[in-house]
Ligand binder design. Structure first.
Ligand SMILES: [Zn+2]
Length: 135
């Protein structure tokens, strides 16, 4: 669209120019959702900048569970923010940042629970760790 000279506004916050960098996560709406989800990982270091976000996700973690969780939450946030953006564009539904945060958080827990890691499995503590991080 951009190449044809069409500039679309952000359907989430009303910003004039909707770019990837704006949606993830310079947009106040998506940043609110993202910041709440990753507070347990990054605390106050959470950054609205796309490149900074990617390098924080790729950065070294203390343990494998956190490394798995941060990648999951990142993927899910991208997916759900994009879906929310499309739903608004087609005027289907309209969720608040708080509602979207809850949906992603719940989806994460359900996804991990469905993996059914048990006992000695190296990912057995994933759900427990997810609860610790999201509070
Ligand atoms: Zn926006």
């Amino acid at each position: 669209m951009r190449n044809w000279g069409v500039v679309q506004g952000c359907g989430l916050c009303g910003e004039r120019d909707e770019t990837r960098d704006h949606l993830f996560f310079a947009c106040p709406y998506s940043f609110t959702v993202w910041e709440k989800l990753v507070r347990g990982f990054f605390g106050r270091r959470t950054n609205p900048d796309w490149t900074a976000t990617l390098s924080m996700i790729a950065g070294r973690r203390r343990n494998r569970l956190d490394s798995i969780l941060i990648k999951m939450v990142f993927q899910m946030t991208i997916y759900h923010v994009w879906r929310e953006r499309n739903e608004r564009r087609h005027q289907m539904t309209w969720k608040t940042a708080d509602q979207l945060h809850k949906i992603i958080d719940k989806t994460m827990r359900n996804r991990i629970a469905s993996l059914k890691y048990k006992g000695q499995h190296q990912n057995a503590g994933l759900l427990q760790r997810c609860f610790e991080l999201s509070g």
